[in-house]
Design a protein around this ligand. Structure first.
Ligand SMILES: Nc1ncnc2c1ncn2[C@@H]1O[C@H](COP(=O)(O)OP(=O)(O)O)[C@@H](O)[C@H]1O
Ligand SMILES: [Mg+2]
Length: 233
């Protein structure tokens, strides 16, 4: 579903943020992208969501050739993705319900379907009962769960998250990761950039290390969290 072939990104200032990257990510994978600050992790995600265009190479995402895609088609590409940012990017004036519903309204979903689906995703992220709160009336962890609900509401093929736990407490980070594992279990591809090495070790999955614009390692570990849960049952 994601295919990169000899991809490089050179910014206008001459910085080569990614150098000759080739990799494939299959449907349903759970992938961590790790590496030091400035390594090119965010650039990698920006290429996938076509916020930036690669300078060289080939990128295919969900059947779209991102080197050739027309600007008018980019919104269709993005509908296949749920994007989660470190700083949540919620709309301050809207309550929790409307922040999530908004993502469905902009694509013209009927209000009845919106009501049903928003209830579902708010239940999944355990925010039932907080629908009427504004972002400044809930905690950071809760705000990130709203942004996760918003990313999920249109049933994307993949979730792409850039340091989703960067602005929240460690114990809440764990909950966000657990939710991402749950989401992955339903078949959604999950790609998470993180610097939280402890969490990566805890959750396993595929771990791609980027350093200085290059793939330093790409390894698959068992997703430990699944096993832990199975033990409990
Ligand atoms: N829009 C931009 N213009 C110029 N240089 C950039 C831009 N975005 C990132 N860079 C540079 O590209 C490199 C990789 O950045 P980034 O992908 O944000 O790394 P990471 O997310 O791993 O910290 C860094 O040297 C950064 O300064
Ligand atoms: Mg970054």
């Amino acid at each position: 579903m994601i295919h990169l072939e000899n991809v490089s990104k050179v910014y206008n200032n001459g910085i080569e943020a990614l150098k000759n990257i080739s990799l494939d990510i299959d449907n349903g994978e759970f992938v961590f992208i790790v590496g030091p600050s400035g390594a090119g992790k965010s650039t990698f995600l920006k290429l996938l969501i076509r916020e930036e265009k690669a300078t060289f190479g080939k990128i295919i995402v969900s059947g779209y050739d991102l080197m050739k895609i027309r600007r008018s088609k980019i919104p269709y590409l993005r509908r296949k993705m749920g994007i989660v940012f470190q700083d949540f990017r919620l709309i301050a004036k809207m309550n929790v319900y409307d922040n999530v519903a908004f993502a469905m309204r902009v694509i013209g979903s009927p209000e009845k379907a919106i009501k049903k689906r928003v209830k579902e995703v708010l239940n999944l992220v355990e925010l039932d009962g907080k629908e009427k709160r504004k972002p400044n009336e809930i905690s950071g962890g809760e705000q990130q769960r709203v942004s996760l609900a918003r990313a999920l509401v249109n049933k994307p093929d993949m979730i792409i998250a850039d340091e989703p736990t960067g602005n929240i407490d460690p114990d809440l980070s764990f909950d966000i990761m657990k939710l991402l594992v749950e989401i992955n279990k339903t078949g959604t591809t999950v790609i998470i950039v993180t610097h939280e090495h402890d969490l990566v070790k805890e959750f396993g999955g595929r771990i791609i290390t980027i350093e200085d614009g290059e793939i330093k390692s790409d390894e698959k570990y068992p997703t430990k969290y699944h096993e832990k849960e199975a033990d409990k049952k």
